[in-house]
Design a protein around this ligand. Sequence first.
Ligand SMILES: *[C@@H]1O[C@H](CO)[C@@H](O)[C@H](O)[C@H]1NC(C)=O
Ligand SMILES: *[C@@H]1O[C@H](CO)[C@@H](O)[C@H](O)[C@H]1NC(C)=O
Length: 297
Amino acid sequence: MKAANLNIWACMPALLLAATLNVGSGETYSTVTYNAAVAGDTIYVYPGTYKEKLTISKSSITLKGSTYPSTSPSGNEALMTYSTYASDAGSDDASGPFRPLFPLTQTNASLLPATLLVTGDNFIMYNMNISNTAGTAGQAVALSARGDYGGFYASALLGWQDTLYAHTGSQFFGRCYIEGAVDFIFGITGQSWKLVLGANAASGTKGSVFLGRPWGDYARVIFQNSNLENMITAVGWEAWDSSQSTSNILFGEFDNTNAAGTRVSWAKALTSEEGIATILPTYSSWVDSTYLGVSAP
Ligand SMILES: *[C@@H]1O[C@H](CO)[C@@H](O)[C@H](O)[C@H]1NC(C)=O
Ligand SMILES: *[C@@H]1O[C@H](CO)[C@@H](O)[C@H](O)[C@H]1NC(C)=O
């Protein structure tokens, strides 16, 4: 009995030490990048533009922008921004973290850089804007998510090509705004569920945008209950190249509006929506549905 009591007391200091570390002009830290954070800590980011590139490899870190708890990213005041792209990697920290899990034929994932790379599990981010400003330079990831149970809320991910790399692990994106022009949401073996804000394509692109193309032969993507704003091309999806086998690919749609068109033969019109538990079976223990104010289907 006595030993058990001692164990409880021994645990308490660790709990009490979970801290909030303030970043901003005149705050303890002037950059989001620092090494003081330990598991359980929150990095609180005051309004400002932070020109930096960061890897979060520790587990259970929360990154919180100053407009928390706003459930919309439109008023976000904390922006982390960097210009980094595929062909400048290799000379800096980008080449290390991006080791591919298996040989990739289409592109070399080891060369993909990102403004924010998360490899720690249970990472949570609220009300942050993460931008990669490399523009048309090539693959330029804003957020690469490689940890398990990552929750991203009311955040904006901004880029041109390869904006969001849902690389591996389970992830949830709630009320986020994700912007890009080419392959801007992609992944390898990650399972992610996204509740994304309304799209707003440039007028010249209406009717010419693809929902997606399969990077691997077992890719699965579903768009459901979404307003596609007439910006999707009639065939909807495109194969990576003419030699790709599409027989094991699941690209589905359910109950979208403004989504007219005759899709490619291998697209699937679903007869019911896919529940979040199918994709993220344990979501209720780590997705912050209270914050979102909605319950997922
Ligand atoms: C963050 O992104 C949102 C959505 O694009 C935008 O409305 C907001 O002004 C951005 N905030 C900053 C500080 O960049
Ligand atoms: C991918 O990049 C790694 C690391 O620079 C290199 O060793 C490998 O040969 C590259 N693979 C291809 C297919 O270019």
